[in-house]
Design a protein around this ligand. Structure first.
Ligand SMILES: Nc1ncnc2c1ncn2[C@@H]1O[C@H](COP(=O)(O)OP(=O)(O)O)[C@@H](O)[C@H]1O
Ligand SMILES: [Mg+2]
Length: 489
């Protein structure tokens, strides 16, 4: 075994000059290199030592490069092989990829090209090792009240929730859609002393103002046309339990005032009623926009904001805790009826690798949807790479990837569209404010303001690691898009 971080490379080329050149190049990169002249030498070397990577020339003396690649991959499936070929044998390179080579380079080669191919393979291996390690970690439990995570920030949140469950403080959950805000709200309720009462959720964006009012406050019969019987509102229902106000950014200024009164006086009146009713509920609110920003531009009352923002909890997006993907996948497969029905209980390493390289604009919810679709396509109890819905990793159209939802009010629809647009532009310009502002034909201050309103941080677009950079194809076939990957799972 080579020490961690060290890569042992085997060069197979009948020209000793090439072996020397490549050897020098790789050693300068800190790798360990052996050179052999033919197939027999290659097999002998592989039998003796543990290599990560082999560069195999297409033309070698005692066999042909393709046969050698096939033999190598058969006996050492974990070995990555890069085929070295002259222009005339490009077909051979395609064939090599098909039988399991990770990449190919053409002769005469540029140093950069060789280094890039090597880096790609090493990066891929690092990911694979990481996945193997993460799979090992699955045995350990990282769960709290239906939530799983192995991210330190999430663990802090779990402890915070545990503590919050013991009191009645108003909690404000922020975070992108699908990050688990509602799940946290439920955890606070069901872990706490209010668990005997009801958990009542209301999505404030789903109702126009007047409807929201009657949903929240209820009404007396005859309060308005159509009020043919008394109706208990959500606030009353939640009395003794927890009221979860989702998407509070869409509550109108007028309704904020009404809610503020309830929160301060612990009393409500049904619409059209004249009796004051005592209520005693805990309030948990959620939003995926920056409320500071709403306050700043007068769309949210400051007093309402302070009343709601007592204990803020910000849930990190899935892309910032990508190590949670294997855990969530496992959890999802364990709990999904569809997975059970179809006997699907595994995901191939390659598929997992793929899932870990995506951006997940729709976060955990989107991951669940993707898995659901993949389960339907999968065969033999395993989700493989081919079962995953195809998509551009940069996600140029996140709105479509996540499914445009027309069942929301226009305001919400436009808000989401704006958010997707901003994310797209920022991604395209790698978080560059100047370039993004120019692209959008707005000034930088406006762009900043909008980003803040949507809770978008430029760091999310700047700090993409190499592994997630689509230019560095993890599977190693970046330049041969038409070639199907061999299925070796
Ligand atoms: N940490 C987690 N562990 C397991 N499932 C999760 C986790 N976070 C979110 N989910 C699941 O993802 C989906 C979206 O979560 P939800 O709480 O509705 O997100 P949000 O309210 O932020 O949009 C739900 O099906 C939820 O059960
Ligand atoms: Mg939600």
């Amino acid at each position: 075994m080579t020490s961690p971080g060290e890569t042992r490379i085997l060069v197979v080329d009948e020209d000793p000059q090439v072996g020397r050149q490549l050897g020098e190049l790789f050693r300068a990169q800190g790798h360990v290199v052996d050179c052999v002249l033919d197939g027999r030498g290659a097999i002998a070397a592989l039998e003796q030592k543990d290599y990560s990577l082999a560069f195999v020339d297409f033309r070698i003396r005692d066999t042909n490069g393709l046969h050698l690649v096939r033999d190598m991959k058969e006996r050492w499936p974990d070995l990555d092989v890069v085929m070295v070929t002259g222009h005339a044998t490009i077909q051979g390179a395609v064939e090599a990829i098909r039988i399991g080579a990770s990449d190919y380079v053409t002769k005469p080669f540029e140093v950069e090209e060789i280094l890039l191919a090597t880096e790609k393979v090493i990066e891929k291996r690092r990911l694979v090792d990481e996945i193997a390690w993460l799979r090992g970690q699955l045995a350990e439990r990282y769960s709290f009240a239906n939530m799983v995570s192995r991210n330190p920030r999430m663990h802090e949140i779990f402890s915070q929730i545990e503590a919050l469950a013991q009191n009645d403080a108003t909690v404000l959950l922020t975070g992108e859609s699908g990050t688990g805000k509602e799940l946290c709200a439920r955890a606070i309720h069901f872990q706490g002393r209010r668990r005997g009462g009801k958990f009542v959720a209301i999505n404030c964006a789903a109702f126009p103002d007047t409807l929201l009012e009657s949903e929240l406050f209820g009404y007396q019969r005859g309060a308005f046309t159509g009020a043919i019987a008394d109706r208990v509102g959500k606030i009353e229902l939640a009395s003794g339990g927890t009221l979860f106000l989702d998407e509070i950014e869409s509550i109108s200024l007028g309704m904020q005032l009404k809610l503020l009164r309830v929160l301060e006086e612990h009393e409500i009146e049904r619409l059209g009623g004249n009796k004051r009713i005592r209520v005693n509920m805990r309030v948990i609110a959620a939003t995926n926009v920056s409320l500071d920003e709403l306050v700043a531009r007068g769309a949210m009352r400051e007093d309402f904001y302070y009343r709601v923002n007592v204990v803020p909890i910000d849930l990190p997006p899935l892309r910032d805790r990508i190590e949670d993907v294997p855990l969530l996948v496992n959890e999802f497969l364990r709990n999904s009826e569809m997975a059970k029905d179809r006997g699907v209980d595994r995901v191939s390493n390659r598929a997992l690798q793929q899932l870990m390289s995506w951006d997940w604009p729709g976060n955990v919810r989107e991951l669940g949807n993707v898995l659901e679709r993949s389960i339907l396509r999968s065969q033999g109890g395993v989700i493989r790479e081919v079962d995953l819905p195809g998509r551009d990793r940069r996600g140029p159209e996140p709105a479509r990837a996540r499914g445009t939802d027309y069942e929301v009010p226009l305001k919400e629809f436009l808000r989401r569209a704006e958010r997707d647009y901003l994310a797209h532009v920022l991604r395209k310009h790698r978080g560059g404010i100047g370039a993004s502002a120019k692209h959008a034909l707005v000034d930088a201050a406006t762009l900043h303001r909008k980003m803040k309103a949507h809770g978008i941080r430029r760091e999310e677009f700047r700090a993409r690691g190499r592994a997630r950079d689509p230019e560095v194809e993890v599977g190693g076939v970046g330049r041969l898009p038409a070639v199907p990957l061999p299925t070796r799972h």
